[in-house]
Design a protein around this ligand. Structure first.
Ligand SMILES: Cc1cc2nc3c(=O)[nH]c(=O)nc-3n(C[C@H](O)[C@H](O)[C@H](O)COP(=O)(O)OP(=O)(O)OC[C@H]3O[C@@H](n4cnc5c(N)ncnc54)[C@H](O)[C@@H]3O)c2cc1C
Length: 499
């Protein structure tokens, strides 16, 4: 029976795993070992809505405390500077996967020209506003948001919470491991210590010390679908005339794309690129030219998109970058981390801390398909982005492997943005669902045969819906003002333990 859990790694993956396991199964002894000399990756700042759900609903962390310590900003979705229409917004609520009772067709059929104001969050985002305003002037904070959060700040708060939960944290560098009949018997530290455990959580980042190096689990590369593998990063202090944008921006670049993430005092940008089409120096130069205010960091971040075939091998489970990573276009790392951690906790509880091989196999099947799902989703972004004709983007349109979602694409190209597309989607557990896939197809104006010619009545009805969202959004509240509300000592969160 599992009694001791050793988590190797004190980045966001290690601490989220440790806190979640300890909080849900308090009888376990959980220790985090991490190396300050190796440090953390220091990038990874945009999330999806399952992240606040994990923190507040699943773990019961106080919102009041989280906002005070981590200083997050809100993310309603992603603004894509992308595709033949140049720009479209993807929000975390339903814009296109909806069907109004007074319209003949699902919403997507009315969005050939634009889908501005197709929902309230969409209308807010379009106006750089974070939330609707309540009658008393305060923000009405809905569940359809995620966070932007600085990686290092986030890890500091996770460490505080982990220690409060009873997680032991020790500094040390793992230099080797011992194999035993059930997997890893012990890890050896540089200072001579030998640490044993019943379950090892490998959260050692891209080094993947246990799953990748010690157990030599094969890596499944996504390099046929996702060609980028490097990033140059930089940012600048927010100026007084620069509002905090409540969304991540993904801007098409010559050989990849660039993110913009708005923190309260910092604006963070990064150019994710494909080294086969641009050198590091050229990428840095393009990045600097398009972001003259940015102080460009000298380091280049290298990554590979893909995952280890199994995430749970013998008594080792990997989370975060040590289990896999898919390039950050949809900010999926923390999303997948939280989902997998919850699945592991369920499996441990259901097996009374004695997981069987078939349980492990099931876990591996589920996590495998969640990686594949994200790969498919991201591959659509590349396949259909018709904005630029640079050699990289021509290559992306011609050669991105989308064979895993060929059924979905064929169905869409025949029938258009109908809800029935969901039955031709890969099995999905992500936050994206059909909505995400439709935003990519409609946003990129992927042609389909069965066009709908809306009648005058339909056009007027659709215009009325949009006007209603626009009217409500116009009264909305900006990030700066909403942050001032939630930071005020008198602010109360419903049911918050720290109220
Ligand atoms: C360019 C880029 C952009 C990204 N953007 C996003 C984003 O917007 N949103 C998102 O969710 N994710 C993003 N990510 C992913 C992000 O890196 C992860 O979400 C996240 O920070 C998890 O990191 P980690 O804990 O797995 O690894 P790390 O932060 O690297 O932590 C690894 C830990 O293991 C320890 N360690 C390693 N080896 C040893 C050893 N031998 N002995 C002891 N300790 C050891 C380290 O000291 C460290 O504590 C991005 C990644 C990249 C590359």
């Amino acid at each position: 029976m599992i009694q001791n859990v050793l988590v190797l790694g004190g980045g966001s993956a290690g601490f989220i795993a440790a806190i979640s396991i300890k909080r849900k199964i308090p009888q376990l002894r959980v220790t985090v070992v991490r190396s300050p000399a190796i440090g953390v990756i220091g990038v990874g700042e945009s999330t999806t809505p399952n992240f606040p759900r994990h923190l507040f609903d699943y773990l019961g962390i106080s919102r009041k405390r989280f906002y005070a310590l981590a200083q997050p900003t809100w993310k309603l979705g992603i603004r894509f500077l992308w595709g033949s229409r140049g720009s479209f917004d993807y929000t975390f609520n339903l814009q296109l996967d909806s069907h109004y009772g007074d319209l003949d067709k699902p919403t997507g059929y009315y969005c050939d020209d634009d889908f501005n104001d197709a929902s309230l969050p969409g209308a807010l985002m379009r106006r750089d506003l974070a939330f609707p305003r309540q009658a008393d002037g305060s923000p009405e904070i809905h569940g359809w948001h995620a966070f932007h959060i600085e990686n290092k700040k986030f890890i500091e708060i996770l460490e505080i919470v982990a220690k409060e939960e009873g997680v032991e944290v020790t500094d040390g560098k793992v230099t080797g491991s011992e194999r035993g009949p059930s997997g890893i018997e012990a890890v050896h530290l540089e200072d001579g210590r030998r640490l044993t455990a019943d379950l090892f959580v490998d959260a050692s980042g891209f080094r993947s010390e246990l799953l990748g190096k010690a157990l030599e689990e094969p890596f499944i590369s996504f390099d046929k679908s996702l060609f980028c593998s490097k990033a140059v990063i930089g940012g600048w202090e927010r100026g007084p005339d620069e509002p905090i944008l409540p969304y991540t921006t993904a801007e098409t670049m010559d050989a990849g794309w660039a993110w913009r993430i708005d923190h309260e005092h910092l604006i963070n940008r990064g150019y994710v690129y494909c080294p086969e089409f641009i050198s590091d120096d050229e990428a840095a130069a393009e990045f600097q030219r398009k972001n003259p205010k940015a102080k460009v960091e000298p380091r280049i971040v290298n990554f590979r998109s893909g995952h280890y075939r199994r995430q749970w091998v013998d008594n080792v489970v990997a989370f975060g970058n040590s289990g896999g990573f898919v390039e950050p276009l949809e900010s999926t790392a923390i999303m997948i981390l939280c989902a997998h951690v919850q699945t592991l906790v369920d499996f441990l509880l259901h097996s009374s801390l004695e997981p069987t091989p078939t349980m492990r196999n099931l876990y591996n099947d589920l996590t495998y398909s969640s990686w594949e799902d994200i790969r498919h989703f991201l591959s659509l972004h590349y396949k259909f982005n018709g904005m630029l004709d640079t050699p990289f983007w021509k290559h992306a349109r011609e050669d991105t492997d989308v064979s895993g979602i060929a059924d979905f694409i064929e169905f869409y190209q025949e029938n258009g943005p109908t809800g029935f597309c969901r039955y031709r989607m890969p099995r999905t557990e992500s936050d994206f669902g059909l909505e995400g896939f439709l935003v990519m197809m409609v946003g990129n104006q992927v042609p389909y045969k069965k066009r709908h010619q809306p009648s005058q009545r339909e056009l007027e009805t659709w215009a009325r819906h949009k006007q209603q969202f626009a009217r409500e959004a116009t009264k909305g509240i900006r990030c700066e003002e909403a942050l001032a509300y939630v930071k005020h000592p008198g602010w109360r969160w419903n049911g918050d333990p720290a109220n």
